[in-house]
Design a protein around this ligand. Structure first.
Ligand code: ASP
Length: 223
């Protein structure tokens, strides 16, 4: 689902579209009508406002009008402002029967244009799950993940090249996307429970929870 303004839990709505309709992707008003019919919780649009995100938008606006010499273009600051613009949450899961699932939810990128759809709701771009290979949920500069059909590409490399998860995910994120200028990363899981979380930027918050209850959380990529 894409272009929502009132649906509290978009992944629940995406799942409802999957299970209760003949379609794959619903957008905007139509998607919200479907949410209403399925009796999923809706909120005032202001429910989704946060001070942090409003500040990010303000900062972005200020950067647009700042004279060139004043805007700080150091790599560190560029990366920081890129990371500031990202706020996607994703999950991948494997159950005891070997079923893989993936979900991705986002407000999109700061200061995106009206009507813009990112990679998160597009199956194959920012989200993918196939019991034969892997489940993938991505975060980053969505336009690149769409152009390179990034999540599906991990699956395809595993299926056609017989690559293990780690090599496939690494090739997509650290070579393909990185060389194209597409900053971001992904969390990936295969049917054996192997995990790979490549990211070509400094920071991607991520956690792993295994069946025995062990939990591992990391933030920076050198951790
Ligand atoms: N991938 C998202 C988008 O392009 C942004 C993000 O990951 O935060 O909409």
């Amino acid at each position: 689902v894409a272009g929502l303004r009132h649906v509290r839990n978009p992944i629940d709505l995406a799942d409802a579209v999957r299970v209760h309709s003949d379609h794959v992707l619903l957008t905007g008003d139509g998607a919200e009508t479907f949410a209403r019919l399925r009796q999923l919780p809706l909120e005032e649009n202001s429910y989704f406002f946060t001070d942090r995100r409003l500040r990010q938008l303000e900062n972005w606006r200020r950067r647009q009008t700042a004279p060139a010499q004043e805007s700080d273009q150091s790599l560190e600051n560029r990366e920081k402002s890129q990371a500031d613009g990202l706020g996607t949450v994703g999950a991948v899961a494997l159950d005891r029967r070997g079923n893989l699932a993936a979900g991705t939810s986002t407000g999109g990128m700061t200061a995106k244009k009206y009507g813009r759809v990112g990679d998160s709701p597009l199956i194959g771009a920012g989200t993918w799950a196939d019991n034969m290979t892997c489940a993938v949920s991505a975060t980053g500069h969505g336009e690149f993940f769409i152009r390179y059909v990034a999540a599906y590409d991990v699956h395809a490399r595993m299926l056609y090249q017989r690559l293990p998860l780690k090599a496939a995910a690494h090739q997509v994120v650290m070579r393909q996307l990185k060389h194209a200028g597409g900053g971001g990363g992904m969390i990936c899981l295969d049917r054996q429970g192997n995990v790979s979380t490549p990211c070509n930027q400094n920071y991607m918050a991520r956690g792993i929870l295994t069946a025995d209850g062990r939990m591992k959380i990391s933030l920076f990529m050198d951790e």
